[in-house]
Design a protein around this ligand. Sequence first.
Ligand code: UD1
Length: 421
Amino acid sequence: MAEQQRIVIGGGKRLEGEIPIQGAKNSALPLLAATVLCSGESVLHNCPHLSDCDSACRILECLGCRCKREQNTVTVDSSVISCTDIPASLMREMRSSIIFLGSVLTRCGRCRMSFPGGCELGPRPIDFHLAALREMGAVIDERHGYLECTAPKGLNGARITLSFSSVGATENIMLAASLAEGTTEIHNAAREPEIVDLAEYINKCGGKISGAGESTIVIEGVKRLSSCEHRIMSDRIAAATYLCCGAITGGELILTGADHSGLRPVIAVLERMGCSIYTYGKSNVFINVRRPLTSPGTVRTNVHPGFPTDAQPPLMALTAVAGGTTVFVENIFENRFKHASELVRLGAHISVEGKVAVVIGVRSLSGAELVATDLRGGAALVTAGLAAEGTTKIAGLSHIDRGYENIEGVLRSVGADITRK
Ligand code: UD1
């Protein structure tokens, strides 16, 4: 359905009002995978309505878990895991489905899944995940596009050093190590806030993880994890996107339920551009833009606490209409500038060479017909469309729906002229 539909935006409306920030997709997915570790009924609150979360629930159901969604609460009963084989059709729905490998393998001693393959952002290797699980004693056979993994006597704790602080690999190791025999150390671990959320959930269920959020994480394996009730952290990338949307329209927004500690790298760049941003209370962020914005200079994406790669596309849309030249250096993914050629259709001046994009700010953009080819790139097109003169139509909505809960409804509620047709 989303394939035929388009988002239609009448640009130029100033955004004003309050946006409650959705639960984090990148936390919901590993948490849903973590429910496999638990021998009971887990309750996850603040779980966003996203196609990626639906895909994760379908994988859980295929494994034999019972999943129930009531509004934004998902209940997973994983008392019985009756299947350890995840078919290719489900693996293909969501590239990050590899996150289920660690939990299924450690709970059941075996797991068969198809290779997740490449994705819109370039090749998506899983070598760190596989090497770490092998260090923990897994036997992994890669054949005919499938991963056949066994650990008949269970996994063992290991000392693992990641050559790059991969978020997914860190999560997969944490999941696998939680029910392994002995202690696992992850060195050069990812430090993203979502890692901390995962550790909190596992610890509430009786796990023993320390150091999450730092570069060394220690996981003491336990025999059994019970289950718990947990509220998924807020989505810092959705929050960053809506800050860019507010800024590009010269608007005034309050984001509620937005954990601002995880947003610091983005807020710093927006302030450099001339946005006034105030954080108050535990989770409110106020943005007000009263003057023309200027380039923030060079923006280098990096692992947390660096500037998040997922916020690069919407920020690029904003810099397209900011005074001066902005240079983006994309250090995380190989192919993450696909939105640039679509922004050019709106009149943006952007040139891309390898991992560097140079954006020369223009006075205005003019509406055009665009196609979203990946999730955050799609968000960049929506951001730009809000400021473009005339009508912008965006196709490829299945990408956007993977990560933004009702994006058009949210933006309409703060004054945007935006519909889905
Ligand atoms: C997660 C996020 C994604 C975000 C990314 C970086 C989820 C569901 N997704 O993705 O939104 O953009 O972190 O913050 O949380 N790599 C390898 N081998 C591996 C694993 C990764 O070479 O085995 C490379 C990747 O190709 C990429 C880099 O490491 O170039 C970072 O990837 P990683 O941190 O693993 O990202 P994901 O966990 O896939």
